[in-house]
Design a binder for this molecule. Structure first.
Ligand code: DX5
Ligand code: ZN
Length: 217
């Protein structure tokens, strides 16, 4: 399975979103961070903007919900055309029910853990998910320092997925750049989210390719 790169538009120019979406066509998907000022201390965007993103880009839209009550709101993003929706362990009440609902709508279901949350509680329900997101920063902001102490979590998850022959992807989000990509890839991640490392670069295509090259080197 080859490494996939998912630029996060959190670091894009929200007044030039269409331009900034077209600038990342070398990527495999676009990562959209939805924050609600409650689950995390930041506020970004919601359904109307995700709807337009889905219409404007040819890339699969990967929605990362950092909101309270994803059980209520996640299906809305699937309905709008998201290819995958991620919700957090600390926010959902019925992750299996929600994952099944998303999958029935033709949307991939993904479960996220924050740095202080263990991944083991997901093991018993792993086959319900297409992807697990291991956060390598505290969710809420772009441009934070990569937490390499999360790599054991990624390795334990990789071992469990391999041992059971599952197809669940591992996504890593936070502080991923050309200089940390190889660490993440070596630990066993499949999907690398990068916000500031892509949108902070002059040449976004080069930044995407640099991350991919470092991850596969
Ligand atoms: C943070 C978001 C990330 C963010 C990553 O809570 O989930 O997707 O955009 O930004 P960087 O890559 O700058 O750490
Ligand atoms: Zn994210």
């Amino acid at each position: 399975m080859s490494i996939q790169i998912a630029p996060s538009i959190l670091s894009a120019d929200f007044c030039n979103l269409e331009r900034d979406l077209h600038a990342i066509e070398a990527a495999d998907m676009v990562h959209v961070d939805v924050m609600d000022h409650h689950f995390v201390p930041n506020l970004t965007l919601g359904e109307p903007i995700v709807k337009r993103i889905c219409e404007v880009t040819d890339l699969p839209v990967d929605v990362h919900l950092m909101i309270e009550d994803p059980d209520r709101w996640a299906p809305e993003y699937a309905r709008l055309g998201a290819a995958s929706v991620t919700f957090h362990m600390g926010a959902t009440h019925a992750p299996v029910r929600l994952a099944r609902q998303l999958r029935e709508m033709g949307c991939k279901a993904s479960f996220a853990v924050r740095p202080a949350e263990p991944v083991e509680p997901i093991f018993d329900i792993l086959e319900e998910f297409d992807m697990v997101l291991v956060m390598t920063v505290e969710p809420g902001f772009g441009g934070q320092k990569f937490l390499d102490n999360q790599m054991n979590k990624v390795r334990r998850l990789r071992d469990e997925i391999t041992r059971r022959g599952l197809y669940t992807l591992i996504q890593v989000d936070g502080g991923v750049s050309p200089s940390t990509a190889h660490i993440v890839a070596e630990a066993g991640a499949d999907v690398l989210v990068a916000g500031s490392a892509v949108y902070g670069a002059e040449d976004r295509t080069k930044a995407i390719n640099d991350i991919r090259d470092q991850a596969t080197a």
